[in-house]
Design a protein around this ligand. Structure first.
Ligand code: IPE
Ligand code: IPE
Ligand code: MG
Ligand code: MG
Ligand code: MG
Length: 308
């Protein structure tokens, strides 16, 4: 799959190609797990194959293509792993102790479809399975360890979990722009940065190049962080401007829970301006790739238009 979009293919078609690849990879990885408890497997299958947008794994595959000209086996495994971690984060985010949501990806949340204990355990199983597949399905051990390192840091207590803690603590407070940025960078943008960097690392393996020779990983990291922050700002905007049907999750929840969001703190217009500025800066960060970064340009532009 080329890194520059063919002139006749729309962005949605190209994203759908990636969604198919990611779903096939997830299916085969889950099928191999013969000893998983039957009840747990039902919950894992339910949550993993509900219709998520698969933006993080698509970003990972396109980042690999930008570096190496094509995606590869390592990138497909890493794409599945990051989607497992993301899906776990949603299952736990929806729990009554956290955002207490009933609807996710157009279906009852995991704890509604099953029960709370099963949802907690399904999240735990997805998180650990992500690291198992990176450790067992990538033959180049140096690459596997680096991917595990990147994903653990992005998802852990100085990354997504830090953002989730800060998000919950900020409920019913008058947030500052600084505290908002902390929450959004940690809970969401670091996983986007991780997806881009993991894709770049997988591409480097393909080319058998050193990982730090010409700033490509830095460029991908900057790009990922910017579109990730923009993605969470858009999520906040959609919460107040779109319907539950459109989103596949309950609209208006942030206001109900008195969440600290960009629209609440700086207003919708300024939030939209910031989202556009971040997309421009993200595209600027891709300069080292020249015309090869066409797909990542297209992704940054498409995320500005998203309505779910
Ligand atoms: C939702 O992520 C949580 C956020 C970080 C905003 P997505 O909007 O990517 O959710 P899915 O995977 O498409 O359901
Ligand atoms: C969640 O942010 C970010 C995660 C790390 C899961 P939100 O709480 O705003 O995500 P939604 O709106 O429930 O998808
Ligand atoms: Mg939340
Ligand atoms: Mg939530
Ligand atoms: Mg939200």
């Amino acid at each position: 799959m080329p890194a520059t979009p063919p002139a006749d293919a729309g962005f949605d078609d190209l994203l759908n190609d990636k969604v198919r690849i990611v779903n096939l990879q997830l299916e085969s990885l889950l099928d191999e797990q013969k000893d998983i408890h039957e009840d747990l497997k039902k919950a894992l299958t339910y949550t993993l194959f509900s219709p998520g947008k698969r933006i993080r794994p698509a970003l990972l595959l396109w980042s690999c293509e930008v570096v190496a000209g094509r995606d590869n086996h390592e990138a497909r495994v890493a794409a599945a792993a990051i989607e497992m971690v993301h899906t776990y984060s949603l299952v736990h985010d929806d729990l009554p102790a956290m955002d207490d949501d009933d609807l996710r990806r157009g279906r009852p949340t995991c704890h509604k479809a099953f029960d709370e204990a099963t949802a907690i355990l399904a999240g735990d199983a997805l998180l650990t399975l992500a690291f198992e597949v990176l450790a067992t399905k990538i033959a180049d051990t140096r690459l596997a360890v680096e991917l595990i390192n990147q994903l653990a840091r992005a998802a852990g207590g100085a990354g997504m979990i830090a953002g989730q803690v800060a998000d919950l603590r900020a409920e019913h407070t008058v947030g500052s722009v600084e505290s908002l940025e902390y929450i959004h960078v940690n809970k969401t943008a670091k996983m986007f940065r991780c997806a881009a960097v993991m894709g770049g690392l997988c591409g480097r393996a393909e080319l058998r190049q050193r990982w730090s020779d010409d700033g490509q990983l830095d460029a991908l990291a900057q790009y990922g962080l910017k579109i990730g922050l923009g993605f969470q700002i858009a999520d906040d905007i959609l919460d107040v401007s779109a319907s539950s049907e459109q989103l596949g999750k309950t609209a208006g929840k942030d206001l109900d829970a008195a969440k600290c969001t960009y629209p609440a703190v700086i207003g919708i217009e300024k939030s939209r301006e910031l989202e556009h500025r971040l997309a421009r800066e993200a595209i600027e960060a891709l300069a080292p790739f020249g015309a090869r970064a066409g797909m990542l340009h297209a992704l940054a532009a498409a995320l500005l238009q998203r309505n779910r």
